[in-house]
Design a protein around this ligand. Structure first.
Ligand code: PEP
Ligand code: CO
Length: 469
């Protein structure tokens, strides 16, 4: 068994431990350009063999049409501002590492469906309009904790996501290939086009709740409570249908895309100056800064500070509070509503000791941040067989504690972030379908981190509803 030992909760990451040296701080007054990141240290970048080929691929990408439009990005920022004020709720989810080969009609349809189903349950749970953001149509680059991977006495560069190299354990496959950036662009475009078509075509039409397959509910020990919720949701839809027959809001939903802003040459090539003289990354609506690339003087922070998109910042227990405050200052100097989401990914065991003080520190800054919780990345563990997994109980426990802490502090948890797939994979342990550690080998398919399967993901939405109602 070969394992890539990243995203493990006990990880000690040198780069995070040393990243608060104030002498290295970015001068946020320095001129920003889409290329200014190039003068900073960029971690987690591949080494390409032929720089001329890289440049030729980037030139090609610079001419491509954007994947999303500025107006959509601005709209998302403005509704995220509502979420920060507690008026809306964000559901953010999808694959850890999307694969090009999964860019198929059936896969995209079922991923969209699970996110829509979860959002319906969360709308019921929170009584708020839910903003749906997919880790979809472009989540193709992965940060890794090790540069190399060993298997049967062979040592190869790690898989860094389909945007960079191929996952097969083969020397040629693991070479970083710049043409993959163009392939990534085209897959993202095809995927997004299909998602837009599904939504425009009424796929999310709530007038047909019978199409929403909630079969898993029956195998849950909480089935009576869940069935009541399903009935209540269906009743509400029927009622809305009666009073607003011509209302389009039941037929169409908004859906946004996101990915980690990791492979900076690619992100730069899709950064465009719009008519308002502002720069936007138009490869996705929302981008996030990963936990491993959050150095204050690093290239990723430099790149992200200059774009207008709303952005997420993953934060966790290895980050000192002052570091997070500096990040907020650099990334959102104008205190712009909807600009910044702080996504905590702490781990169930440490939430209580880390989060309350973080909330206090951020509150003192009086910044309009949106608090999100990613209960996946702090709860990764390795089984005795060497597989990465996550337990539903830890995932839910982190969520439960996070909701409670925000409530106690008078702040609001405005969004949740999951790694999930619609397929019946066996990568995470627990849930009504009863996946045990011994079952993990049955259908363990992720290219990177363990994902909730469709039933586990929906069950989590119901557990949150039980918690909040
Ligand atoms: C991820 O979201 O897949 C990820 C790597 O997260 P983090 O940066 O929080 O570890
Ligand atoms: Co992940």
């Amino acid at each position: 068994m070969r394992i890539e030992n990243d995203n493990i909760s006990s990880m000690k990451d040198e780069t995070l431990m040393t990243m608060t040296d104030p002498s290295k701080l970015i001068q946020s007054s320095q001129t920003w350009t889409p290329q200014s990141w190039r003068s900073k240290k960029a971690l987690q970048q591949p080494v390409y063999d032929d720089p001329r080929q890289v440049e030729s691929c980037l030139n090609n990408l610079r001419r491509k049409p954007p994947l999303v439009a500025q107006g959509e990005v601005d709209r998302l920022r403005s509704i995220l501002a509502d979420a920060a004020e507690g008026k809306r709720f964000v559901l953010h989810g999808g694959d850890c590492a999307e694969r090009f080969e999964d860019c198929t009609g059936p896969m995209l349809t079922s991923k969209l469906k699970i996110l829509l189903q979860m959002s319906l349950v969360l709308t019921y749970a929170t009584r708020k309009s839910v903003i749906r953001i997919g880790r979809l149509a472009g989540q193709y680059a992965k940060p890794r904790s090790n540069e190399y991977e060993e298997f049967e006495n062979r040592r190869l560069p790690v898989y860094r996501g389909d945007l960079i190299n191929d996952a097969s354990f083969d020397e040629k496959a693991r070479l970083a290939d710049p043409n993959r950036m163009i392939e990534g662009y085209h897959h993202a475009a095809a995927g997004l086009n299909f998602i837009r078509a599904l939504i425009e075509g009424g796929f999310a039409d709530l007038h047909h709740p019978e199409l929403w397959n909630l079969a898993f509910v029956d195998s849950s020990p909480h089935r009576v409570a869940y069935r009541k919720m399903v009935d209540a949701i269906n009743d509400s839809i029927a009622f809305m249908e009666t009073i607003s027959r011509s209302d389009d809001s039941l037929r169409r939903v908004e859906f946004y895309t996101s990915h980690e802003a990791l492979l900076l040459p690619f992100e730069e090539s899709l950064t465009r100056c719009e008519l308002n003289d502002e720069f936007y990354n138009l490869s996705a609506h929302f981008l996030w800064l990963g936990y491993r690339t959050a150095q204050l003087d690093g290239a990723h922070v430099e790149y992200l500070r200059g774009i207008r998109n709303p952005i997420g910042v993953k934060v966790g227990p290895l980050m000192p509070y002052e570091h997070i405050l500096e990040l907020i200052e650099i990334l959102d100097p104008h205190k712009q509503p909807g600009r910044l989401a702080i996504i905590t990914r702490i781990g169930a065991a440490q939430v209580e000791s880390y989060l309350p003080q973080l909330v206090d520190c951020v509150q003192k800054t009086e910044r309009p941040v949106l608090w999100g919780c990613d209960p996946m990345h702090g709860n990764t563990e390795i089984t005795k067989d060497g597989r990465k997994t996550r337990r539903m109980e830890s995932v839910f426990s982190e969520l439960e504690q996070t909701f409670a802490i925000h409530e106690k502090k008078g702040t609001c948890l405005g969004g949740i972030h999951f790694e999930l797939t619609s397929d019946a994979v066996t990568e995470c342990i627990g849930g009504s379908s009863g996946v045990t550690e011994d079952d993990l080998s049955q259908c363990y398919e992720t290219a990177c981190d363990p994902r909730l399967n469709g039933a586990q993901a929906l069950e989590l939405a119901f557990l949150i509803a039980r918690l909040l109602r």
